[in-house]
Design a binder for this molecule. Structure first.
Ligand code: WTA
Length: 675
């Protein structure tokens, strides 16, 4: 194990409390106890049935899984389908055109209701507009948008023509956007003038201008080298805020003008089941984000299957709300593909939970009669902090199921969520999965499982997961180890874009032949799985994955910084928080002394990280130190820095090259941390 991991043998708090499903819930539940036996008896047959029941195929498949090119899987390989047709058109054809697909709530209070029939027309226009801009099947398109309907429409329009979308979260910086455009060699960027956040209009277009940075119409080199974002020929701009923006004629095109000019009829392009659907960049253990890519048939099958069974979706009556941004995988699988393939009605909301008041989410739940809510533990803990009087002031009786994702949910937050938000009546599903897994892998099944606060419980029917020791042997109940996936699954990533070797090394080399998720886990006495956090250099801040190395690289790219070490320290609200230890270059040291507590240094470096990566990566605390604890081989011992950051007694220092370093660091911390 590497430094900084939680101790997988620590016994989880609150184990033992059970919340059996009510008889009423069980009676109407989608998930049936036979699912497990069926999948166990014939796993591939089970998935083939799911694929055929849940999706519409243009050409049926004859082979379920081809694992001969492991670790790259082919699911339903000779089948052909279109993701957008499955998410939109077929519902209209089935007579559900008037069903609401999206209830959009803008942060300023503007709203839009989009039915499936309207969505079909909008997506068709957008697809035609993309084609008019020269986007072809297989081309990559970067999407950098706020949480507005156009984000969903843009993704579906790409899928409709077989172009591969690469959504970049709107909170990422120009620099982060640039590297993602360049890595995927995107030919088009879809963005907006801006969006609304915390009561004001924020800008997006300037970041795109900086990232693309090319003369109008230029087509960049295609050698894979770092060539700014110049592969993007055009920028398609949604008008959201109406603010003034710079305009590059010939390159920039207004979304509304392009769509107005386009026909609202478009024939979806059938693609092979293994045709790439999207790339989504995520943080790994090294500085360079990984372009995780997913393909079509297997991904959609598992999204639809999990959305139906884990959330017990009833398309006719439920109102589903997943609070994730489409910039993350949760937004891909449970805002766009899962719910729409299942023909659900859902809510999307542009802004933050506390604008204009801390009751905004609960206002939305009661306004739209949300029945299923899916969010992250960090949001739940924030609401706990604000107090239960706030949700208590709203009618939340429409809710019938609650979900959690993104990080381990502590039993206190789980029970609060169920009691205060779920009125002591709703099942709570704690769903474990990753960008790489594409869809939910481990979760209780509502109506079947007895809820166990803090535990994601069991692999879903059709999924093979285990907890193993260093030698890949499954651990006994009551013991901890590493979470692994022992059989390929339909929604699994097909690789890291452009880097097959890194894919094999990252996920398949720790335990040859099985997928290593990077998480520590424990099996309790019942064999239920408890997730215990990452065992690598990946942090989880507010449910967002951040790489310690990536933030360290950003810090040392500032001329002031000689060396940096970043750790994720536990934080009551955000799960973990970024704490950075930096050594300044000699020429800046005098200045740092002048500044006293180093507050300006911290502010400068926080701004720098925001510029390099984005506000989500900005350190909560920056500590200026003279030394960093290193082993004799020069490896920074982040474990010790975590002890300091979490105000613990510093652990074993015997492997340090210079054991007095930790005393110096601890002493330096008596002054209040500059934040
Ligand atoms: C963590 C988000 C505990 C885990 C869907 C995983 C969780 C990483 C849970 C993936 C959960 C996600 N309990 N930990 N229910 N869900 N994680 O790629 O460390 O943004 O490896 O995908 O989040 O984060 P990602």
């Amino acid at each position: 194990m590497t430094h900084g991991e939680p101790n997988p043998l620590e016994s989880p708090v609150g184990a033992g409390r059970r919340f059996p499903p009510s008889a009423e819930f069980t009676a109407q539940a989608n998930a049936h106890p036979e699912l497990q036996a069926w999948a166990a008896a014939d796993r591939l047959g089970f998935w083939a049935d799911q694929a055929r029941q849940l999706l519409s195929w243009g050409t049926d498949f004859t082979e379920v899984l081809d694992w001969s090119a492991a670790p790259v899987a082919h699911w339903f390989g000779d089948g052909r389908l279109n993701a957008c047709y499955n998410a939109v058109d077929r519902h209209v054809e089935a007579g559900h055109g008037d069903r609401v697909a999206l209830h959009f709530e803008g942060e300023p209070g503007d709203t839009r209701t989009i039915t499936y029939a309207e969505l079909q027309r909008e997506v068709s226009r957008a697809a035609n507009a993309l084609v008019a801009l020269g986007v072809q099947t297989g081309d990559r398109v970067a999407i950098y948008l706020p949480m507005i309907p156009e984000a969903v429409i843009a993704m579906l329009a790409c899928a409709r023509i077989g172009a591969v979308h690469s959504v970049v979260f709107g909170g990422f910086s120009a620099e982060a956007l640039r590297t993602r455009i360049a890595d995927a060699q995107a030919v088009l960027v879809i963005t907006a003038d801006g969006g609304f956040r915390r009561g004001s209009a924020t800008a997006l277009k300037p970041a795109v201008d900086e990232a693309v940075g090319s003369p109008a119409g230029a087509v960049g080199p295609v050698d894979g080298a770092d060539h700014r974002g110049t592969t993007a020929r055009n920028v398609l701009v949604v008008r959201r805020t109406g603010q003034d923006i710079a305009w590059t004629p010939g390159r920039d095109v207004w979304w509304h003008e392009a769509l107005e000019a386009a026909s609202d009829v478009h024939e979806p392009v059938l693609v092979g089941s293994e045709h790439p659907l999207f790339i989504l960049y995520t943080s790994g253990t090294t500085g360079k984000p990984k372009g995780i890519f997913h393909t079509t048939g297997g991904y959609l099958t598992q999204c639809a299957y999990t959305h139906l069974n884990v959330f017990d979706l009833k398309a006719e009556t439920d109102v589903f709300w997943c609070t994730a941004d489409v910039g993350w995988v949760t937004g891909h699988s449970y805002v766009v593909y899962g719910p729409l393939v299942n023909g659900a009605t859902q809510v999307i909301y542009e802004g933050t939970p506390d604008t204009p008041t801390k009751g905004r989410w609960w206002d939305i739940v009661s306004k739209y009669g949300v029945t299923i809510l899916y969010t992250a533990p960090t949001a739940i803990r924030t609401c706990m902090k604000w107090g239960e009087d706030i949700p208590g002031g709203y009618d939340l009786s429409s809710l019938r199921l609650l979900g959690s994702v993104g990080e381990p949910i502590n039993p206190e937050a789980w029970t609060w969520y169920r009691r205060v938000i779920g009125g002591d009546r709703t099942p709570v599903v704690d769903t474990w999965w990753q960008t790489e897994t594409g869809a939910i892998m481990i979760s209780p099944l509502p109506g079947i499982s007895s809820g166990k606060p803090g535990s994601a419980q069991t692999p879903l029917p059709g999924i093979a997961a285990d907890v193993v020791d260093e030698e890949a042997h499954p651990v006994a109940n009551g013991s901890g180890g590493y979470l692994v996936l022992t059989e390929p699954w339909p929604a699994m990533l097909r690789g890291i874009w452009g880097d097959p070797q890194r894919y094999a090394d990252t996920y398949w080399s720790r335990f040859p032949g099985i997928y290593f998720a990077g998480d520590g886990a424990k099996k309790d006495a019942d064999g239920d799985i408890w997730l215990l956090g990452r065992v690598d250099d990946v942090m989880n801040v507010s449910g967002h994955r951040l790489s310690t190395t990536e933030i360290e690289s950003a810090l040392v790219s500032h001329p002031m910084v000689a060396e940096a070490a970043v750790v994720g320290a536990s934080d009551e609200t955000t799960g973990q928080a970024v704490v950075a230890f930096v050594i300044l270059r000699a020429e800046y040291l005098d200045r740092a002394d002048e500044i006293g507590e180093g507050a300006d240094v911290a502010a400068t470096l926080r701004a720098h990280v925001t510029k390099e990566i984005g506000p989500i990566a900005k350190p909560r605390t920056i500590l200026v130190v003279n030394e960093l604890p290193k082993t004799r081989s020069g490896k920074i011992m982040r474990r010790l820095l975590r002890d300091v950051a979490e105000h613990r007694t510093v652990g074993d220092v015997t492997t340090l090259a210079d054991s007095s370093v930790m005393d110096l660091i601890s002493e330096g911390l008596h002054t209040p941390p500059p934040t």
